[in-house]
Design a protein. Structure first.
Length: 195
């Protein structure tokens, strides 16, 4: 009996050493997996935001709420619809980045939290690149005036708070998704180690 216990311990230590070696060799950020996770997150963000927009638009239409104009007076119904849209948008963003983080973690196999974080890093990098392109083309084609946007109205403390909340939701969701994706591989490794 003592001999089988010793063999079991040595098998577990061999498995642990194997896992450490694999993690050292294949762990860390896998930017390709993270990019695929980013693409999945963007896809589901578009889908879920479309659903939220359809719901808010339908409810607004049923209540007879007009589309608010920037800088104009906002009615109570419009404000409630805006809050509902905000909550729905944050839930949609959370679910989209949870799925994107899961995809990156599942593809990477190790370091789910890092690869979930990589999904958000790709988001920030792509946003910066698109912002630079928009800045260059915006001057050339005068895009902002054609869209009738009040850019100064968004550069407020509320806008910065919204950005911070959005980033926190994305980080938490992507990291949680990455950990969930890695869990699948850990479950298989435990099952293989038990045989």
């Amino acid at each position: 009996m003592a001999e089988s216990t010793g063999q079991l311990r040595s098998a577990k230590s061999v498995q642990a050493e194997r896992d450490r070696n694999l993690r050292d060799r294949f762990g860390g950020f896998l930017w390709g997996s993270d990019f695929i996770g980013f693409a999945v997150a963007v896809f589901f963000t578009i889908v879920f935001f479309g659903i939220v927009g359809a719901i808010v638009g339908t409810v607004g239409y049923q209540l007879g709420a007009p589309v608010p104009k920037i800088g104009a007076h906002v009615t109570g119904t419009q404000q409630n619809l805006g809050i509902g849209g905000l909550v729905g948008g944050l839930i949609a963003l959370f679910l989209a980045y949870l799925i994107g983080g899961y995809t990156a973690g599942r593809m990477a196999r190790f370091d789910g939290a890092k690869n979930g974080l990589g999904v958000v890093v790709w988001t920030v990098v792509i946003a910066i690149i698109l912002g630079i392109i928009g800045g260059v083309l915006g001057d050339r084609f005068n895009v902002a005036s054609q869209l009738h946007l009040n850019i100064n109205a968004t550069l407020t403390s509320r806008g910065l708070i919204s950005l911070a909340v959005t980033l926190v939701v994305m980080f938490v969701a992507a990291i949680a998704g990455g950990l969930m994706g890695v869990h699948y591989h850990k479950k298989i490794d435990r099952a293989v180690g038990a045989t």
